[in-house]
Design a protein around this ligand. Structure first.
Ligand code: BV8
Ligand code: ZN
Length: 236
């Protein structure tokens, strides 16, 4: 079978695809930091209350992710992208491992650990410094307080990214949903939009999720192993 048979292919990934690279998932047992749950720190409220603590949390995640490499699953998605005209990778992850694996047609729905944004003038810039110095990062344009350029809970997602993700999902013939607990909205609605548009839904996850019942195929197992088997269905 030709891989063109699944085109346009859209892939939605979550923290699970980076698990085998050593990046803790959000809701797995290893997801805690100094006994804080990420949900308690990934918020505007937490940042207002204690920007230093929130920056320590993000600095810790950056240092951890900087030691991690893209795994086979990230690389297979980058390969598939090169074989298809119509392909889009939508990720909820902020770790940057898809880009590191070579993915280009990528939508980072929730932003990136490697991008900062000024809370005063809105200026955005990339920062790859690891470790981050202790003092609070400042804007190079206005010296305003910088924040991680990620989407916190109860914050709106970037409308242009949402629009791009929605149109990709609606025109998909196949959507792979890899390594997400399918709990966070609005990302978790994308597979349902794809299905409504006639797409075949395939879930890759060691465990069932609230999305599993809606999927045409549920492939239980780690992303590296299952994606490799899925790609082998197609002629090279
Ligand atoms: C918004 C960036 C509105 C930050 C993140 C009540 C009910 C329903 C919804 C809500 C509610 N109350 C509030 C909401 C909305 C809320 C939401 O969905 N909350 C959930 C938790 C209930 N959503 C929001 O707040 C969003 N904004 O709605 O704004 C609005 C509109 C206009 C104006 C103002 C406001 C913003 C959501 C974005 C939050 N930011 N991250 C940061 O990272 O620091 S979300 C965070 O969760 C990460 O991005 C993560 O990617 C994402 C989703 O989690 P998963 O990726 O699925 O990871 P998880 O750990 O959950 O699961 C891992 C999976 O991998 C598991 O299934 C596991 O089995 C699997 N796995 C493990 N190992 C492997 C594997 N799979 C494959 N291979 C393996 N080896
Ligand atoms: Zn500024």
């Amino acid at each position: 079978m030709s891989i063109e048979s699944v085109s346009p292919l859209v892939v939605l990934t979550g923290a699970g695809i980076s698990a085998e690279s050593g990046v803790p998932t959000f809701r797995g047992p290893e997801g805690l930091w100094r006994n804080h749950r990420p949900e308690d720190l990934a918020s505007e409220q937490a940042f207002q209350t204690d920007p230093r603590l929130v920056w320590q949390f993000y600095a810790w995640r950056r240092s951890l992710v900087a030691e991690c490499q893209p795994n086979l699953a990230h690389k297979l998605l980058a390969d598939i992208e090169n074989r298809l005209e119509q392909f889009c990778l939508i990720t909820q992850n902020v770790d940057g491992l898809h880009q590191a694996a070579g993915s280009q047609r990528l939508i980072e729905l929730h932003g990136s650990l490697w991008s900062f944004r000024c809370t005063s003038c809105g200026h955005r810039w990339e920062n790859r410094q690891v470790p981050l110095p202790d003092d609070l990062p400042r804007c190079p344009m206005c010296l305003g307080l910088a924040r991680p350029d990620v989407v916190w809970f109860d914050e709106a997602l970037d409308p242009s990214r949402v629009q791009a993700a929605v149109s990709a999902a609606e025109s998909a013939s196949t959507m792979l949903v890899v390594g997400t607990s399918a709990r966070v909205l609005p990302a978790a609605q994308l597979p349902l939009l794809a299905k409504r548009g006639g797409a075949r839904l395939i879930e890759i996850n060691p465990r069932s999720t609230p999305l599993s019942a809606q999927c045409d195929e549920v492939l239980h197992g780690p992303a590296t192993k299952v994606l490799q088997l899925w790609v082998e269905r197609f002629e090279p």
